[in-house]
Design a binder for this molecule. Structure first.
Ligand code: ATP
Length: 246
């Protein structure tokens, strides 16, 4: 499996004199879902912001398909679609215009746009609100706009930050099915979530961060071995790390 995302010795944060993540190493291969998990404030979103190129590393390096954001910001960014924790929408654009703008920026051809958008709108039951403005949408519907835009692009790398909050069970199922579909088509997916049962079922590997550092990583069995608790669930390992037992 080709290496898609390579984060090497990343130290970073919001102020040069106050790093909040330290010496982070993680990889995501093509065709793989990696779960990024940790307590509130552990540093997950900060890692994701660095991967997206929204923050500059204080030390270390991030490569997507072999390229850093500094070498070629446009190419770097074009390989990534991001589903943020909180929907970020344009109040003055309808759902249709959000989709059209996304297609334009990512230079989708009209056939791919038509096929993908029709399927996604139907899957997430949003066809009827195509010409409405998102500020009239519920929170879950707003989250769906972000999801539709990301899956429209079908990028090499998906960055997904706590996407399940506010979604109804049908939408959660559709999102998980789509992530599995993208994975089988060769996309790499880095998924941050607090829903550990879901992470355990869907992720191939994990990176468990605690206080800005990687505490455990690998497949569930690797982490059990690192922790010395061969029968733990992901949830039990998480609690041990959070309590400072490991
Ligand atoms: N915009 C910001 N400016 C300064 N510090 C920040 C900012 N955002 C987050 N932090 C700090 O960075 C640290 C890591 O926060 P981060 O948002 O990465 O955690 P998280 O693991 O994503 O948490 P959560 O599960 O609550 O989303 C925390 O100490 C937080 O206070």
């Amino acid at each position: 499996m080709p290496l898609l995302l390579h984060v090497q010795n990343l130290t970073g944060g919001y102020h040069a004199d106050h790093p909040v993540i330290h010496d982070i190493n993680l990889t995501v291969n093509s065709g793989e879902i990696v779960g990024l998990i940790g307590l509130n404030g552990a540093g997950k979103s900060t890692i994701l912001k660095h991967v997206l190129g929204l923050l500059d590393p204080l030390a270390g390096e991030i490569r997507v398909g072999g390229l850093t954001a500094q070498e070629d910001p446009v190419q770097f960014r074009s390989r990534i679609a991001y589903i943020p924790e909180t929907p970020k929408l344009y109040a003055e654009l309808t759902l249709r215009e959000h989709l059209e703008l996304t297609a334009m920026v990512w230079q989708l051809d009209s056939e791919a746009y038509k096929n993908r958008s029709e399927r996604l709108l139907e899957l997430f039951r949003m066809s009827d609100v195509l010409d409405r403005f998102p500020n009239s949408f519920s929170k879950g519907m707003q989250q769906k706009v972000m999801i539709l835009c990301a899956f429209l692009v079908e990028p090499a790398l998906f960055i997904v930050d706590e996407p399940f909050v506010g979604l109804d069970p049908l939408a959660i199922r559709s999102l998980l099915d789509l992530l599995l579909e993208m994975k089988s088509q060769g996309s790499a997916i880095l998924l941050s979530t607090h829903i550990l049962g879901m992470a355990e079922s869907y992720c191939d590997r994990f990176v468990l961060v605690n206080s800005g550092e990687v505490a455990l990583h690998g497949k569930l069995d690797d982490m059990r071995r690192q922790a010395g608790h061969p029968h733990d669930t992901l949830d039990e390992l998480f609690v041990r790390v959070a309590r400072g037992e490991l």
